[in-house]
Design a protein. Structure first.
Length: 295
């Protein structure tokens, strides 16, 4: 019996070590599609080659475990390249292979959750909302344990779920998730005051607020939507400066909302502010908005 206990302990230690190694390359990454930073692509080994040996790391050597990590990263690197070429079918297959490969780390690992999130993000971009939702829900459950409830990657998954629900035409459900993400970002801002974390959290919060405001509008909560857009604008200005093109989106959305609320003078001023920092292509759209405001 003691021998079995020792073996089990060894398995758990190896599993935790590999999960930690996988998490280090994923959970600290930026909140964008394909969160991990894989190594350079090499020859494509098959998932089955090591899954049949590993079986959730049982009897694996450290070398085999690291090979499993390399193969997993290889699938994600392939997906990134395919996505950049707009080969979405191939990218989906690579992300499915990455998800299968991540099972070797355990379904409660950061690697597995990251694979769920990556595939769900691709599904959302391909309007496969029904397929994306359960993957995002599973990813959130794991990230809350592996990364923490207020970690940026956890909030990213919640944010993606809110976007997906919104795009499914479920604004009430989306609002619950947006509110959850914003609450967690407040907690994160209190705890994460080192390095670039505060600035990064500001950018994430501004993005969440802009989309949350759209949902509030759909629910008829125009005052709440305005407050969120003004906060998003304030955060973006503090992060990027008053002359940054990144202010175009919040200024434009706020101008539209003010027009909807029949506050034309304010809407005009906000649209002009957007024009001042917009690109030529953006100005064409803004010119139409200004015409509508003057009408």
């Amino acid at each position: 019996m003691p021998r079995a206990t020792a073996a089990t302990s060894g398995l758990l230690l190896r599993r935790r070590a590999l999960a930690a190694a996988a998490s280090a390359s994923t959970l600290a990454a930026a909140a964008s599609w394909a969160l991990c930073e894989p190594t350079a692509a090499s020859e494509a080994p098959t998932t089955a080659d090591y899954l049949k040996k590993a079986d959730y790391l049982r009897d694996n050597t450290p070398e085999e475990n690291m090979e499993a990590l390399r193969v997993w990263k290889g699938h994600i690197q392939a997906a990134r390249e395919q996505f950049s070429r707009k080969d979405f079918d191939l990218a989906e297959e690579s992300l499915k292979a990455a998800l299968e490969a991540a099972k070797v780390f355990g379904r409660d690992s950061g690697a597995h959750a990251t694979s769920l999130l990556n595939l769900a993000q691709l599904y959302r971009r391909r309007s496969k909302f029904a397929e994306a939702v359960p993957l995002l829900e599973s990813a959130i459950f794991v990230f809350e344990t592996t990364a923490g409830p207020n970690n940026q990657v956890t909030v990213t998954a919640i944010y993606d779920l809110a976007l997906t629900l919104s795009e499914q035409g479920k604004p009430a459900e989306a609002k619950v998730r947006y509110d959850d993400a914003l609450t967690r970002l407040e907690e994160a801002a209190v705890r994460q005051k080192y390095g670039d974390a505060p600035a990064a959290l500001q950018s994430v919060r501004a993005s969440v607020l802009q989309h949350a405001a759209q949902t509030e509008q759909q629910l008829g909560q125009l005052a709440a939507a305005e407050a969120q857009l003004r906060e998003a604008l304030s955060l973006s200005e503090a992060r990027w400066g008053a002359a940054s093109p990144k202010l175009v989106a919040p200024c434009t959305e706020l101008a539209k909302l003010l027009l909807l609320r029949e506050r034309r003078d304010e809407a005009h001023a906000m649209a002009e502010r957007a024009v001042a920092v917009a690109s030529p292509a953006q100005r064409e759209v803004l010119d139409k908005l200004l015409q509508a405001i003057r009408a």
